[in-house]
Write a protein that binds this ligand. Structure first.
Ligand SMILES: [Cu+2]
Length: 509
C-alpha cells in the first residue's frame, strides 16, 4: 500500500466511526484553508513563499480546550503537502498529526479534511508543513488553545495577544535547499533572520537595507500583552529580546511555568514561549524587538522588528540591546534549566499511568540515543541516530500496522548506540502501551540539536555537558520539570546530554 488519494478516502471512513457519539458534547469549528505559493521579498530578493489563504505567515488557529477542529486543506502547491498541528496531543485520531508514517501527504491539487480535538490542552503552538523541506519557504502559522471559562489562568487577563514567528531564512527555494542538504555542501548558513515574515528594520547600514519592509507591533502605554514567540526556522537557535522591556515567562508549549522575568530568552528551532510584557517605558519613542542568531558566527544580521507605543514620537534609539556572550552555552543551559512547571496552576491532566507525580512512575524502557554528524551514506548526506538513518517506507507505518503487512518496518531500534557501520533503515522503537520511557539524548555533533516528540509532552528532567552515566540520574528534577514537546541539546566542545521522559499512550490506537 502507498499513500494515494484512494487511501485518504478509505481512512476517512475509519475516522467517522471513531468520532461519532464520543465527542458530541464538545463544539465543532470548521475551517477552509488553501495553501499556495505567493511572491514576497522578505530579504529584498523576490522569491516564492508558501502562504495560507494568501497570508504569510498563515492565519492563527484560535480555539478553546476540547473543541473539535474540522480543517479542510486544499493543496495548490505543485507537490505533496502535509501540515502538522505541532504540540497538539490528539487522543482521538492521533494518526492525523500530519507527520509521515501515520498521515499521508495531500497530493498537489487535492484537498483533505483533518479532524482532531484539542482535548484537555491550553497554550501556544504552531502548525507547519512537515515534509519536503517546505517549512523553509513558510506555510506556518500560530495555534492558540484558550482555556475554558471555568478553568482559572495563573495570571490576569492580558490587554492584548501578539504572535511572533522568528526564523532563519534562505533566499534559495525549499526545493533547492533540500537538494543542497543531501549533497556534499550541506545546508549552509541562512541569508538572514525574519520576524513574522518581514526582514530586519534598518538598524545598521551594513547589515540591513532600508528598502525592505519590517514588522511593527502597535501597543498602548501601561498595558500588558501576551507575546507568543515561536522559532519556526530550519536550523538556527535564536536569542529573543525587547529593548528595555522585561519578558515574564508564563507558559511554554502548553505548560504554565513558574513565572520569572528574563531580559532575553534562547529559543531553539520548534520551541514556543509565552511572555507577559508590560508597556512600562516612557513610550516617547519606539523600541527594538530582536531575534539574533546563537552559537553561529557565520550569520551576522539580526531579525529586528519595532515595538511602537501609541504615544511614540520617533524611532528606536541607540544600539540593539545586548545579546548574551556569543558562544556562552553555559548561560543557555542554565536558562533552560531555570524553566520550571507551575505546580499550582490548573489545566493539568493525569498521566495515562494515572498519576500527576511523574517522579514516582516506574520507567518501563530506557533509550540512550546518540546522534552522529551528517555523513555520506548510500550517496546522500544523512544524519543518524544510534547509527541509523531512518528511511520512510512506501507503505505508511500506520497502514502496515493496521492491516498487518509484514516486512514494511522493523521494531529493532537499538536502546544503545551500536558498534557498527551507519546504515539506512526503517527501524522503529517498540513502545510499550501506557509505558513510561526515559530517553537520554547525547549530542556528538558540533551544532545545537533540537528534538521534538510529535503528539507528546515530555518532562525535561535533566541536562548537562559531558557524557551521561547512570549516576547522572541523581541530578534529575523529579518534582517540577517542565513538560513540553521540543527541547534542545547544546554543545560545548564535547558531547552533552539531556534527557526526557515520556508517556507512551497510544499513538497507534
Ligand atoms: Cu509535532
Amino acid at each position: 500500500m502507498r499513500c494515494s488519494p484512494l487511501h485518504l478516502r478509505c481512512i476517512s471512513v475509519v475516522v467517522f466511526l471513531s468520532v461519532t457519539g464520543t465527542l458530541a458534547a464538545d463544539p465543532y469549528i470548521f475551517f477552509d484553508w488553501t495553501v499556495s505559493y505567493l511572491t514576497a521579498s522578505p530579504l529584498g530578493t523576490r522569491q516564492q513563499v508558501i502562504g495560507i489563504n494568501g497570508q504569510f505567515p498563515g492565519p492563527i488557529l484560535n480555539v478553546t480546550t476540547n473543541w473539535n477542529v474540522v480543517m479542510n486543506v486544499k493543496n495548490n502547491l505543485d507537490e505533496p503537502l502535509l501540515l502538522t498541528w505541532n504540540g497538539i496531543q490528539q487522543r482521538k485520531n492521533s494518526w492525523q498529526d500530519g507527520v509521515l508514517g501515520t498521515n499521508c501527504p495531500i497530493p498537489a491539487g487535492w484537498n483533505w479534511t483533518y479532524e482532531f480535538q484539542v482535548k484537555d490542552q491550553i497554550g501556544s503552538f504552531f502548525y507547519f508543513p512537515s515534509t519536503n523541506f517546505q517549512r523553509a519557504s513558510g506555510g506556518y502559522g500560530g495555534i492558540i488553545v484558550n482555556n475554558r471559562e471555568i478553568i482559572p489562568v495563573p495570571f490576569a487577563r492580558p490587554d492584548g495577544d501578539v504572535t511572533l514567528f522568528i526564523s532563519d531564512w534562505y533566499t534559495k527555494s525549499h526545493k533547492k535547499l533540500r537538494k543542497d542538504v543531501e549533497g556534499k555542501n550541506g545546508l549552509g548558513p541562512p541569508d538572514g533572520i525574519l520576524i513574522n515574515g518581514f526582514g530586519p528594520f534598518p538598524y545598521t547600514r551594513e547589515l540591513a537595507s532600508n528598502a525592505i519592509p519590517f514588522g511593527t507591533i502597535n501597543v498602548e502605554p501601561g498595558k500588558t500583552y501576551r507575546f507568543r514567540v515561536h522559532n519556526s526556522g530550519i536550523a538556527t537557535s535564536l536569542n529573543f529580546r525587547i529593548q528595555n522591556h522585561n519578558l515574564l515567562l508564563v507558559e511554554t508549549e502548553g505548560s504554565y511555568t513558574v513565572q520569572q522575568n528574563y531580559t532575553n530568552m534562547d529559543i531553539h528551532v520548534g520551541q514556543s514561549f509565552s511572555f507577559l510584557v508590560t508597556m512600562d517605558q516612557s513610550g516617547s519613542n519606539d523600541y527594538y524587538i530582536v531575534a539574533s542568531p546563537r552559537f553561529v558566527t557565520s550569520v551576522k544580521a539580526s531579525g529586528v522588528a519595532i515595538l511602537r507605543y501609541s504615544s511614540s514620537q520617533g524611532p528606536a534609539l541607540g544600539p540593539l540591546p545586548d545579546p548574551p556572550a556569543e558562544l556562552d552555552t553555559f548561560f543557555s543551559m542554565n536558562q533552560a534549566r531555570s524553566i520550571r512547571l507551575n505546580l499550582s496552576a490548573g489545566a493539568a491532566r493525569p498521566n495515562p499511568q494515572g498519576s500527576f507525580k511523574y517522579g514516582q512512575i516506574t520507567v518501563t524502557d530506557v533509550y540512550v540515543i546518540v546522534n552522529g554528524p551528517p555523513e555520506m551514506i548510500e550517496g546522500r548526506l544523512r544524519a543518524t541516530l544510534n547509527g541509523i538513518s531512518y528511511i520512510p517506507p512506501s507503505t505508511p507505518l500506520k497502514l502496515a500496522q493496521q492491516y498487518n503487512i509484514s516486512g514494511v518496518y522493523k521494531l529493532d531500534f537499538p536502546k544503545r548506540p551500536m558498534n557498527r557501520h551507519p546504515r539506512v533503515d526503517t527501524s522503529v522503537i517498540n513502545g510499550t502501551f501506557k509505558g513510561f520511557v526515559e530517553i537520554i539524548f547525547q549530542n556528538s555533533d558540533t551544532t545545537v540539536k533540537s528534538y521534538h516528540l510529535d503528539g507528546y509532552a515530555f518532562f525535561v528532567v535533566g541536562m548537562d555537558f559531558g557524557l551521561w552515566t547512570e549516576n547522572s540520574r541523581s541530578t534529575y528534577n523529579k518534582g517540577d520539570a517542565v513538560a513540553r514537546s521540543t527541547t534542545c541539546i547544546l554543545v560545548h566542545g564535547r558531547p552533552s546530554w539531556f534527557l526526557w521522559t515520556m508517556l507512551a499512550c497510544g499513538t497507534f490506537e
